[in-house]
Write a protein that binds this ligand. Structure first.
Ligand code: HGA
Length: 609
């Protein structure tokens, strides 16, 4: 998604802006640009493609200035092009960078065109800058004009704005899209996430909904949604500039796959005493909420949705807790019926996923009394808007294709199953068993990661394929879905997942010798059923790759390859079987030469609807 960086400094801001943009590249984008003011004159550079293209442009034709704004754009309105790249300007006096969508851009644009404003892009963003310029013509002062202008905007925005008439002031606005202020020494910066600013500060102010900040070198004033001056706390980030480095790994994704043993141990750290889960890890109101609830409604998107699907199996099978799950973007417009005393559980890596946030709002509108967020970013909107929270503690995840965020979400969800399940049919003995299994996870994952070389070889069979099927049963069906999503996301191979029992109801027609069928086959009560499904594929000449428990007798044949997965306890097995599928999609993508960490068309933190 779009990334914003900006700042007012006692030095040339351009290198800080460029470094910030590079640190936001992981979010996914199609073009980049920046604007600075120097001696009351606005200078702007924009380029289609990567930040390094913009950097090259600046080397040939440099610009300088102590105040500026910069942007990586992920197009929503208007194709990726230099003309549509931000910042957008009006009369070469005002410049704006924007993250979000202005829903009423069409009527605003029409009215501005009637007044003679010339539009040079297809974006919704350009209306903001002309609307501001138009307001300034009738208003005293930059800040006052911004306050009046935003009242005309419908939709979501984070904005960074500079203006030659007040060349020492940067204005930042937040409504529906995240924005932070970095507090330097005699300098201030803004960004859509803290990662952009870590080389210049670790002190951050998180703007809240409706905030407008007026920022100059020696003064920061924040106005809240009611136009009252407010003081927002300055928070110290634990992250350092190195936290988001690739280290010796070729891609962030591979680094993050290998970080999973540590990430999961962090997710468990300090949350148990003698194999008993301490419920206060969900927040001080946890016991009161869990005592009241009668069912669970999970809301999430993408990979987080798959984590939720696994959790539904766990909630119902292990603890008999009624559990529903729905894709957030469907839930929010479906006008669903919520049973009384339902706990809304949202799952999002960034905590800024626009659809999930909106679905939570919708659930509250429908009368949901309690909400709980499973999230990786403590300062995020989702965390702020939920009654209870369980942080996944995965650490920064930079690869667009989620890996460690997913397995830590699953770990966190299992903790929730224990906490809620105690009030239903999860016995203390079961809790003890699950807890001790969870603590074995880091070692087990280390063992699974040793399959790396074998999977690298396996990946060679996929590089020329156009389609693949993934099969699983029970709580491993969502793992097959996640495997298919990973392969799609980074290798662009069309992949679909089916519950293995569904195969004969249609997808079996696709099977031929060109179709790889990846099957997740742990040693559980569904194994015999799954074996029959494997036979159905094999009998029709399908190419089977079966990830199977090492303790099982293998039945490899000409068209059935077996990859032995270290033996694992039943309940945590979905977490384990995720790992080889992550490695498979990674190595296929590397062989295909795709942009593994920033796959085409995708964004990391999906902050638009
Ligand atoms: N609507 C703007 C900004 C898009 C955005 O926020 N993407 O994450 C545009 O299309 O330029």
């Amino acid at each position: 998604m779009c990334g914003i960086v900006g700042g007012v400094a006692q030095r040339n801001i351009v290198p800080i802006l460029l470094e910030g943009l590079k640190r936001l590249e992981y979010r996914g984008y199609d073009s980049a640009g920046l604007a600075v003011i120097n001696n009351q004159t606005l200078f702007r550079k924009r380029e289609l493609g990567k930040v390094k293209g913009l950097e090259a442009l600046l080397q040939v034709d440099p610009i300088f200035g102590p105040i500026g704004i910069a942007h990586t754009r992920w197009a929503t309105h208007g194709k990726p092009s230099t003309e549509n790249a931000h910042p957008h300007v009006s009369s070469n006096k005002v410049a704006v960078v924007h993250n979000g969508i202005i829903e009423n851009h069409e009527p605003l644009r029409g009215a501005l065109i009637d007044e003679g404003y010339l539009f040079t892009s297809e974006t919704d963003t350009e209306v903001i800058v002309h609307q501001l310029y138009q307001t300034m013509e009738h208003t005293q002062g930059f800040l006052k004009a911004v306050k009046l202008m935003v009242k005309k905007l419908e939709g979501a925005y984070a904005l960074g704005i500079i203006c030659t008439e007040e060349p020492d002031t940067l204005i930042a606005c937040r409504k529906g899209s995240p924005l932070v202020i970095g507090v330097g020494i005699g300098e201030y910066f803004i960004a859509s996430d803290v990662a952009a600013l870590l080389p210049v500060t670790q002190r951050f102010i998180f703007l809240e909904e409706g905030d407008i900040a007026s920022i100059s070198i020696d003064k920061l004033i924040i106005y809240d949604a009611n136009d009252e001056v407010v003081t927002r706390p300055v928070k110290e980030s634990q992250l350092t500039a190195d936290s988001v480095d690739k280290g010796d790994y070729r891609h962030y994704m591979l680094k993050e796959i290998y970080e999973q043993p540590f990430a999961i141990s962090q997710a468990l750290e300090g949350r148990f005493i003698n194999n008993r889960l301490q419920e206060n890890c969900f927040g001080h109101k946890a016991a009161e909420v869990f005592d009241t609830i009668k069912s669970i409604q999970i809301l999430a998107c993408g990979t987080s949705y798959h984590a939720g699907l696994v959790a539904r199996y766990w909630f119902e099978r292990l603890a008999r807790v009624p559990c529903n799950i729905e894709v957030a973007s469907e839930f929010r417009y479906r006008n669903p019926v919520l049973a009384e005393n339902t706990l809304i559980v949202t799952i999002s890596q960034s905590g800024e996923t626009a659809d999930t946030l909106a679905a939570l709002q919708e659930a509250k509108r429908l009368g949901a009394k309690y909400s709980l967020a499973i999230c990786n970013v403590p300062e995020s909107s989702l965390v702020r808007e939920s009654d209870l929270v369980l942080m996944t503690r995965a650490g920064p995840e930079i690869g667009v294709a989620s890996t460690k965020a997913f397995t830590t979400q699953l770990t966190a969800l299992m903790l929730l199953v224990i906490a809620v399940g105690r009030r239903f049919e999860l016995t203390e003995a079961m809790e003890q068993k699950i807890s001790s299994d969870l603590f074995k996870l880091p070692r087990k994952i280390e063992a699974v990661l040793k399959l790396d070389d074998q999977i690298k070889v396996l990946a060679e069979q996929f590089a020329e394929k156009e389609h693949a099927l993934f099969l699983g049963r029970g709580s491993h069906y969502p793992i097959a879905m996640e495997g298919a999503l990973k392969l799609k996301e980074i290798s662009y191979i069309h992949a679909e997942a089916y519950p293995a029992g569904e195969l004969k109801h249609g997808p079996l027609a696709l099977i031929d010798s060109e179709m790889p069928v990846i099957t997740v086959a742990p040693n559980n009560s569904l194994l015999e059923k799954l074996k029959s499904n494997i036979q159905e594929v094999s009998a029709r000449g399908g190419q089977l790759i079966v990830f199977m428990d090492e303790t099982l007798a293998s039945a490899a044949s000409e068209n059935v390859q077996i990859i032995k997965v270290p033996q694992v306890e039943n309940e945590i097995s979905p977490i384990i079987y995720t790992i080889p599928l992550q490695l498979l999609s990674y190595y296929v993508a590397v062989l295909k030469g795709t942009d593994v960490d920033q796959p085409r068309n995708l964004a990391k933190s999906v902050t638009v609807e």
